[in-house]
Design a protein around this ligand. Structure first.
Ligand code: AMP
Length: 288
């Protein structure tokens, strides 16, 4: 595995590979890697000649008072995991290398970023879109792998790529979960034992909702109420939002139909956790 920290070195490497007509897969992450991240690398390995995994904790997507300073990090373990899973390149740029001077340009994807995460974290998606645009330009034409865990982010990036004609194919990959349903997340590291136990209510309530929908329930309001009740039964979990939306446009729906996605966010202790499901499919993707 080749390890780079400088943009110019990565460019040189990728230019050489492209000259040999190698296809490139990109897996952008913020590190503290788990099986969810690694599933993206594996998928990229299957579909490309070369996989580039990136680790960069992007300050632009954190607001004042969020967990930028405490975001978990273990670059040694991350490097070993990337090597083991077969990432060809690991790019870990420094802050200085990514933002050598104050950045004055920002990518704003309207509408898709108004609700849910965008409402709770108003500057978040501009930070995400800007750094992902930067990583796309640094990497060049590629297949880029993102987790459905961050469903809204996946739609925002897909829209950005269409709107700005990036030569990138965005590929969404299924959510990987613990056996008890909790979606893997670097932020799960913040949870105490009790909070970790309580946090399973997110996936549990989504699964219950999906069971009801498959039994014939179509009312978004009733499904949202069910999830609110379930989450309220866990005192350590504070619901931020539950929304039923069209999975592609993210527009809220009154009636649940095929293609509807249910998204949820909650605070559990120091962690802000998100999860989502396809309304008719329910929970899938348990880790080994
Ligand atoms: P992050 O490091 O949290 O920014 O995540 C990097 C990428 O990994 C994003 O595309 C996430 O959606 C994806 N990801 C994070 N957790 C999971 C998971 N449990 N299953 C699948 N993909 C995930």
């Amino acid at each position: 595995m080749k390890l780079f920290s400088q943009v110019a070195d990565l460019h040189e490497c990728l230019d050489g590979l492209r000259a040999q007509k190698k296809s490139v897969g990109l897996v952008p992450t913020m590190g503290y890697l788990h099986e969810g991240h690694l599933s993206l690398v594996e998928r990229s390995n299957e579909e490309n000649d070369v996989t580039v995994t990136t680790i960069f904790v992007n300050p632009l997507q954190f607001a004042e008072g969020e967990d930028l300073a405490s975001y978990p990090s273990d670059l040694q373990s991350d490097t070993e995991l990337c090597e083991k899973i077969g990432s060809d390149v690991l790019f870990i740029p420094s802050l200085q290398d990514m933002y050598p001077e104050p950045i004055l340009t920002s990518v704003q994807v309207d509408d898709f970023t108004k609700r849910m995460e965008g409402e709770s974290r108003p500057t978040h998606f501009a930070g995400v879109a800007t750094v992902v645009a930067k990583l796309f330009n640094i990497t060049g034409p590629c297949n880029a792998y993102f987790g459905e865990k961050d469903w809204q982010q996946l739609q925002v990036i897909t829209k950005m790529v269409r709107d700005l004609s990036f030569r990138v194919c965005v590929i969404g990959c299924p959510i990987i979960r613990h056996r008890d349903g909790l979606a893997l997340s670097s932020r799960n590291a913040y949870l105490t034992t009790d909070e970790r136990q309580s946090a399973t209510v997110l996936s549990r309530s989504l699964q219950k909702a999906s069971d009801l929908i498959r039994a014939g329930e179509t009312s978004s309001v009733d499904i949202q109420k069910l999830i609110e009740r379930e989450v309220a039964s866990e005192p350590l979990v504070e619901l931020d939002y539950v929304e039923t939306v069209d999975g592609s446009s993210l527009i809220p729906v009154d009636e649940i139909v095929p293609g509807t996605r249910i998204l949820i966010a909650a605070a559990v202790g120091k962690a802000r956790l998100i999860d989502n499901i396809d309304a008719f499919t329910g929970i899938t993707g348990f880790s080994s």
